[in-house]
Design a protein around this ligand. Structure first.
Ligand code: ZN
Ligand code: ZN
Length: 216
């Protein structure tokens, strides 16, 4: 069971994510993922337990590159966090190789499982609250639109009547994005191209996000 405070934080963040553009679950999970990376950075320096876990689990290719880029852009001015991660992963591989065992490419890593956990948490809470009038109104009036993977996961948790209501709103939003794309595809008057560039990029970004979700 979650504590009340934690529940409040999830409640408030879900409500505000429903107002924002894009998939609310992707948005919240991506924020938590980045927070996790920041915590990891500090724990790498202070906790031998974290370094041990990191050595055991390692990172999948996708997350290794994501973490390195994130640290470099946000925290890695001195490169310390990056160096510690690479040192630990490399020395673990050397030990394995010396023991004649060739490390395999990892398909699921520590961060993969943490992201799955965050997704489950937010989806469960949203499934509980989205059927309320307040949440339904926020979804209907806000700029959010679910990505298809999270829509499917959410609908699995919801009863028939509310499922239909959510689908109706989602469909309207998806058709809105489709119309925005069509506007650019059919546009014959290029005088407006300059003004519409930003809007076009946004419509393309939203369409891609709906189709596949954010790259978590
Ligand atoms: Zn999503
Ligand atoms: Zn991973």
């Amino acid at each position: 069971m979650k504590g009340d405070r934690e529940k409040d934080v999830v409640y408030v963040s879900l409500k505000s994510a429903l107002m924002e553009e894009g998939c609310p679950i992707c948005l919240l999970v991506s924020k938590r993922r980045d927070q996790w990376i920041e915590t990891l950075f500090y724990e790498l320096i202070t906790s031998s337990e974290t370094r041990k876990k990191l050595r055991e689990r390692g990172f999948c290719t996708h997350h290794l590159w994501y973490i390195l880029e994130y640290l470099e852009e946000n925290l890695g001015i001195d490169g310390l966090g990056i160096s510690i991660i690479l040192h630990d992963l490399l020395s673990t591989s050397i030990e394995l190789l010396e023991g004649m065992s060739v490390p395999e490419k990892r398909s699921e890593c520590l961060l993969c499982s943490i992201i799955e956990e965050y997704e489950r948490d937010y989806l469960n809470s949203l499934a509980e609250w989205i059927t309320t009038q307040e949440f339904m109104k926020l979804f209907s009036e806000g700029d959010s639109v679910f990505c298809l993977p999270h829509l499917a996961a959410l609908l699995r948790e919801i009863d028939g009547k509310h499922k239909l209501a959510i689908l109706k709103i989602q469909l309207e939003k998806m058709k809105g994005i489709l119309e925005r794309l069509e506007l650019f595809i059919n546009k014959s008057d290029y005088r407006y191209l300059g003004d519409l560039k930003g809007e076009e990029a946004k419509a393309r970004y939203l369409a891609s996000q709906v189709l596949g979700g954010m790259d978590l």
